[in-house]
Design a protein around this ligand. Structure first.
Ligand SMILES: NC(=O)c1ccc[n+]([C@@H]2O[C@H](COP(=O)([O-])OP(=O)(O)OC[C@H]3O[C@@H](n4cnc5c(N)ncnc54)[C@H](OP(=O)(O)O)[C@@H]3O)[C@@H](O)[C@H]2O)c1
Length: 267
């Protein structure tokens, strides 16, 4: 049976979800896609690219799923109160993608009748490698949202306390930073940038695929590659002494803490 989806906020993350849903329209038939968005330019762009329908706070379509896609610093209170007045808990499941904003905070303005999921997707929605951390309220079950979530990532159903951790851990930004530094390293050592980029991307994919094939932790392969007094162990020593691991770990912890702080600061 086809579903009607109603997005509030049509920014970067919602656009990435809509793109993936449209790509998977055979496995997840969508009857209508509504987007309620403040920016006229954004809504026109979404309508032109994906055929979405512009909606406004006065419209009350019968949506199966409402997705709250605005930022923690936006007017969540007004948006949630409006959702509770315009949609019916019998038909509609509400999904929030707002970082740091808890189920308790959502229910404070939405009420306790709706089936509600707090999810954290990432932007890899069209690659087959995206994940969504998912926590449900007492009324919701996996069946309410699983087919929709699988159009743009692999759902990971977890306790809510892990959602902020996932938010800080799995945006692909860390990988982009690593590739950026890796390509620059090749250029610094004398490679042309296009060659450094091609090698960096394939090495990242190849190294990941090899780890999956062997089904071992990286330490096992490092132990094989790093022979006594060799090039590999010299590189490992340099990474250790310049704080590579601590730098990655500090960045993840800072992102997790920032996520929690954003939720506390939210309106
Ligand atoms: N980007 C990611 O990788 C990612 C991943 C997981 C979760 N999230 C979460 O997804 C949410 C959106 O993030 P984003 O990166 O997509 O932000 P974004 O690109 O800034 O999109 C937010 C959009 O919502 C619009 N908006 C603000 N208030 C509104 C309202 N009351 N009604 C309708 N539209 C409204 C904004 O318009 P104006 O700009 O004109 O105000 C903007 O177009 C955030 O809560 C974030 O935590 C993002």
């Amino acid at each position: 049976m086809a579903s009607t989806l109603y997005f509030i906020g049509g920014g970067n993350m919602v656009t990435a979800i809509i793109e993936a849903v449209r790509d998977k329209s055979e496995s997840y038939p969508v009857d209508a896609l509504y987007v309620q968005e403040i920016s006229q330019a954004r809504i026109e762009d979404l309508a032109q690219r994906f055929g979405v329908l512009a909606a406004d706070p006065s419209s009350t379509p019968d949506a199966d799923i409402v997705i709250i896609g605005i930022r923690p610093q936006d007017d969540l209170k007004t948006v949630l109160e409006s959702v509770s007045q315009r949609f019916s808990p019998e038909r509609t499941t509400v999904i929030s993608i707002v970082a740091g904003y808890t189920i308790e905070q959502l229910e404070e303005h939405l009420g306790h009748d709706f089936r509600l999921a707090r999810i954290i997707p990432n932007t890899l929605t069209t690659t087959g490698y995206g994940y969504s951390g998912v926590a449900l309220n007492d009324q919701a079950s996996e069946n309410d949202i699983d087919a929709f979530l699988r159009t743009f990532g692999k759902p990971l159903y977890v306790e809510e306390r892990l959602i902020d951790v996932i938010t800080g851990f799995y945006p692909p930004n860390l990988v982009y930073h690593f590739i950026d530094a890796y390509v620059d390293a090749g250029v610094l050592a004398g490679l042309p940038r296009d060659i450094a980029k091609a090698i960096a991307l394939d090495t990242l994919i190849g190294g990941t695929e090899f780890l999956k094939q062997k089904d071992v932790l990286p330490q096992v392969l490092l132990n094989i590659n790093n022979s006594p007094g060799g090039v590999g162990i010299t590189q490992a020593y340099t990474l250790n002494s310049t704080g590579f691991a601590a730098s990655v770990q500090s960045a993840v912890l800072a992102a997790v803490n920032r996520t929690t702080a954003l939720g506390k600061e939210a309106r």
